[in-house]
Write a protein that binds this ligand. Structure first.
Ligand SMILES: *Cc1c(COP(=O)(O)O)cnc(C)c1O
Length: 387
């Protein structure tokens, strides 16, 4: 496949960066499980010297991910947080960062508990409110970090508007595209400078690997990212790269089913007596439904709903399901269920949590690719047990 850029995303997912092995003709990228490479003379290597710096399995994955996002350059990391850490490595002491008040917990933690002490400062605002974002921007603002859709209320942020705001201040706009995946939304097309992924989620897609990635169109930025990738060393093993490459091949078919199931389940929950609210960008009642319809190709596989009852009743619901496994994380083929107030967001003080809309009865689901009728029957049984 010489010119991947002319192909549609389903085709790129399977072929980009995936040329058969030149030596053996092996169709699938081999797992190059080695740390070092022979040199033909001192400094005269064949493209690889040491596997922290570069590894052929990783290179294929990086090319594949870049092609999926419609970007030129991809870099893979040993976790989503390894990639996010690398974006922060690009900043200087004294720099300021603006981000959402509902960013992923691990992102909030690295901002406030790791980089705070290196003289970086952070403002957390409602990124759907562009006046609030503009008010938070300062001369020293070097990064605007956005997620969309956000967790767990599925707020949708306007990537073009946020990128414009960032660029007014010569700041980088980075978008965490983990929830949408490039199959549904490509932030570089909307002006973002860097796309970040937890490959652990939909791109890996099978809950069997932890990995991350950064993608950009800017060569200088990519070189800087590569410098920190190699210097800090949070690089993925070739085994992990192989697993993610295996996952990306089926991204299109998996996402189609995730979206179809989530959309049907959201509508069913919306009509259910045990449920008072449903948060899904595909519902016309979602506050950013129109923006989601413009910015995304479909509405994704994540949704949250409000059990019309107590914290205990919501706990019973998540404990009693069978098709939905009680677990954190998301994006695998299997359906997962969790209660943010008692699990992913339990560290936030209750008052603050309620103010952010994270009520006791809130339940988040990662809708898998099982049969949707089995999901409905499973939830019905759990509601019966709780009420
Ligand atoms: C999981 C996740 C991360 C962190 O990724 P890891 O692979 O767990 O390090 C970052 N952002 C979002 C939106 C996530 O869901």
């Amino acid at each position: 496949m010489d010119d991947d850029s002319t192909h549609r995303i389903e085709t790129r997912a399977i072929h980009a960066g995936q040329d058969p092995d030149e030596e053996t003709g092996a169709l699938m990228t081999p797992i190059y499980a080695n740390s070092t490479y022979v040199q033909d003379g001192p400094g005269d290597h064949r493209g690889y010297e040491y596997s922290r710096t570069g590894n052929p399995t990783r290179s294929d994955l990086e090319d594949n991910l870049a092609a999926l996002e419609g970007g030129e350059f991809g870099r893979a990391f040993s976790s989503g947080m390894g990639g996010i850490n690398t974006v922060l490595n690009l900043l200087e002491a004294g720099d300021h960062v603006v981000t959402g008040d509902d960013v992923y917990g691990g992102t909030h933690r690295i901002f406030t508990q790791v980089y705070d002490k290196y003289d970086l400062s952070f403002d957390f605002v409602d990124t759907t409110d562009h006046d609030a974002v503009a008010d938070a921007m300062r001369e020293e603002t070097a990064l605007l970090w956005a997620e969309t859709p956000t967790n767990p209320l599925m707020r949708v942020n306007d990537i073009s508007a946020l990128a414009d705001l960032a660029h007014e201040y010569d700041a980088l706009c980075a978008v965490d595209n983990t929830f949408a995946t490039p199959y549904l939304q490509r932030p570089l097309e909307h002006g973002a400078d860097i796309v970040s992924h937890s490959l652990t989620k939909y791109l890996g897609g099978h809950s069997d690997v932890v990995a991350g990635a950064l993608i950009t169109d800017d060569e200088e930025l990519d070189e800087e990212i590569g410098f920190y990738q190699n210097s800090v060393g949070a690089t993925p093993s070739p085994f992990d790269c192989f697993l993610v490459l295996r996952g990306t091949k089926t991204l299109g078919v998996r996402m189609d089913r995730h979206c179809e199931n989530a959309s049907e389940l959201a509508r069913w929950l919306d009509d259910h007596d045990a449920v008072s609210d449903v948060y899904y960008p595909g519902l016309e009642s979602h506050p950013q439904h129109e923006l989601a319809a413009e910015q995304m190709d479909d509405f994704g596989g994540m949704l949250s709903f409000e059990v019309d009852g107590t914290l205990e009743q919501a706990s019973t619901v998540v404990e009693e399901t069978d098709v939905f496994t009680l677990a954190e994380s998301l994006g695998g083929v299997e359906s997962l269920i969790e209660q943010p107030a008692a699990m992913t967001h339990a560290a936030i003080p209750r008052e603050e949590r309620l103010e952010a809309g994270l009520t006791d009865g809130l339940v988040r689901v990662s809708v898998g690719i099982e049969h949707v009728d089995d999901m409905k029957a499973d939830l019905d049984a759990a509601f019966d047990a709780a009420f």
